[in-house]
Structures are given as C-alpha cells and as structure tokens.
Design a protein around this ligand. Structure first.
Ligand SMILES: *[C@@H]1O[C@H](CO)[C@@H](O)[C@H](O)[C@H]1NC(C)=O
Ligand SMILES: *[C@@H]1O[C@H](CO)[C@@H](O)[C@H](O)[C@H]1NC(C)=O
Ligand SMILES: *[C@@H]1O[C@H](CO)[C@@H](O)[C@H](O)[C@H]1NC(C)=O
Ligand SMILES: *[C@@H]1O[C@H](CO)[C@@H](O)[C@H](O)[C@H]1NC(C)=O
Ligand SMILES: *[C@@H]1O[C@H](CO)[C@@H](O)[C@H](O)[C@H]1NC(C)=O
Length: 251
C-alpha cells in the first residue's frame, strides 16, 4: 500500500503536466493557413464599394506593392479603405490637382506597415506611421488613433472619421473601412510640406508655408509592442494552479 502512493503521485504529476502543456499550447496553435497569396484588390472587390480606391491602388501601383510586401513582411500591414462615397465627398478636383507622385503619397498614407487589430488601435501610441512616412525627409505623415469603448477613430489633423467596418482582421493583413478620404495635413493642411501642384493660372501661395513646416521634427516610428506572451503566462499559471490544487488535495 505504501509503495503505491509515490506511484500515484507520479501519475498525477504527469497528468497535470500533460494537461498544462495542452492548455499552454492551445493559444499558440494557429488557425489553419489559407493557401494562396493575399490580394488586396480581391478583398476590396468583395466589399463592393471601393471602385475608386481599387482604381487608385492600380494606377499608383500601391496595390501590387501591398501584395508583395505582405508576403515578405513579418509585421503585416493595415489598410484603411475609403468608400466610393468618401471620394465623392471630396471637394471637386481634389484628386486631379495632385501630381502622380502626390497621388501615390495619398494612397500610401492609407497603408500602415504593421498589422493592427481594432483592439491594438484602441491603445496604440500616436502617431502611427504610414507607408508615406519619411518620404518627404523628416515629414511624419502619421495617423492618430483614438478609441472610445470599442469604437476607433482615426485622425489626420484635418480629417477625423470612424473605422466603420472591417473587411479583414486576420494576420498579416487588416483592412478597415473609412467613410472619408484621409487627407494628410502635410499635403492639405496648414502645415503643408508637399506643394500641391498649382493650377497653371494661379500664383503659388504655398512657398512661405513650406519653409515653416519643413522644420517639423521627425518622430521615431511608433511601436506598440504587444506580444502574445500574456496568453502563454496565463496558461502556465493555470497549470501551476492545478498542481498546487492537487497537492493540497493529497496531503
Ligand atoms: C488580384 O485580383 C484582381 C481582381 O480579382 C486581379 O485582376 C489581379 O490579377 C490579382 N492579382 C494577383 C497578383 O493575383
Ligand atoms: C489596372 O491598370 C492596368 C493598366 O495599368 C489596366 O489594364 C487594368 O485594367 C487596370 N485594372 C483595374 C482593375 O483598374
Ligand atoms: C510569396 O513568397 C513566396 C516565398 O517567399 C513566393 O514563392 C511567392 O511567389 C510570393 N508570392 C507573391 C505574390 O509575391
Ligand atoms: C497626434 O498625437 C500626437 C501624440 O499624442 C500629438 O503630438 C499630435 O499633435 C497629434 N496629431 C494630430 C494630427 O492629431
Ligand atoms: C469620432 O469621429 C466622429 C466623426 O466621424 C465624431 O462624431 C465622434 O465624436 C468621434 N469620436 C471620438 C471618440 O472622438
């Protein structure tokens, strides 16, 4: 009888360890990988109201760039997709006044080189860098995200709007819908850095603005490091809790 107790204990320990590894392993197990490359155009086509954005992703080649970069980046990406309504609500001629390079910059401003869940965005440290950041040498081109409850707003400094919907929330690509085109302050606001190509008949009033705003300090790209280790820890904690519980029960 006396010899069976250690054996029982050993068995119990093994069971507990097995159970706890099961528990800790669960959060790490990824959802089954979907085969085939991610295609931003296809995701937006399913959304049905992004004809203009799709066209601009195509003409600027940013769409291809996103598809390639998602495939090779470990950080993932986040795209804020303005609806056709959003483009229609722009002041007439807004897009046409932009040079091809400025159109690229505008579209890249809607793309962040990091995957963010809505939850990440509720508490991310601002400003969040975009694919436009740094293209003007020191220009920030950041987006500010603010959360209230489960609602996330994005602000450029001159435009603020809600993230109204999510087309995709799986790593490595998040796509959120916005009801306004995100016009960067650096291109359209008081702090204009990029000269929006003046229409031929008008004098350019932009020059003095430029010299002031070009002194704007560059801020380092924001990093909101949220590792998945929290889940791991709680799993382990649960495991140890079980061991302690069993020991109490035995003695
Ligand atoms: C992405 O999808 C669009 C529309 O379905 C298609 O025209 C394009 O060729 C696709 N791109 C790639 C790289 O598969
Ligand atoms: C994308 O642009 C190419 C030319 O650059 C054009 O042939 C093609 O039809 C465009 N696709 C879409 C979906 O606009
Ligand atoms: C994605 O990466 C894999 C391997 O790194 C490569 O074989 C594939 O062609 C890439 N796909 C795209 C669309 O770039
Ligand atoms: C964005 O947030 C940063 C840090 O909180 C702040 O300094 C900056 O003024 C904000 N910019 C805009 C456009 O709201
Ligand atoms: C979010 O933006 C909307 C405008 O689109 C505004 O009405 C609302 O008050 C904002 N919410 C927060 C929390 O700032």
């Amino acid at each position: 009888m006396a010899t069976s107790t250690p054996l029982l204990l050993l068995l119990l320990f093994l069971t507990v360890i097995f159970l706890s590894t099961e528990i800790t392993a669960q959060p790490a197990a990824p959802a089954p990988r979907r085969p085939g490359p991610i295609n931003i155009t296809q995701i937006l086509e399913k959304g049905g109201q992004f004809v203009t954005f799709i066209r601009l992703l195509n003409t600027t080649q940013v769409g291809n760039q996103i598809n390639i970069q998602i495939n090779s980046s470990s950080e993932g990406m986040t795209v804020l997709a303005p609806t056709d309504n959003a483009f229609q609500n722009l002041k007439p001629g807004t897009l046409n006044k932009l040079s091809p390079d400025e159109q690229v910059k505008l579209i890249l401003y809607h793309v962040s080189p990091k995957f963010y869940t809505l939850e990440d965005l509720l508490s991310v440290s601002n400003p969040v860098s975009t694919q436009s950041s740094g293209r003007d040498g020191g220009a920030v081109y950041g987006l500010n995200f603010t959360g209230q409850g489960s609602q996330v707003n994005v602000s450029t400094g001159i435009v603020e709007t809600r993230l109204s919907n999510a087309l995709r929330t799986e790593r490595p690509l998040a796509v959120y819908v916005v009801d306004q085109v995100l016009l960067p302050d650096e291109m359209f606001g008081k702090h204009k850095i990029s000269k929006v190509t003046p229409a031929p008949e008008t004098k350019s009033p932009v020059v003095s603005d430029d010299s002031k705003s070009s002194k704007k300090a560059a801020s380092p790209p924001s990093e909101s490091e949220k590792s998945g280790s929290g889940e791991m820890k709680s799993g382990l904690g649960f495991g140890f809790g079980l061991v302690v519980l069993c020991l109490k029960f035995l003695f």
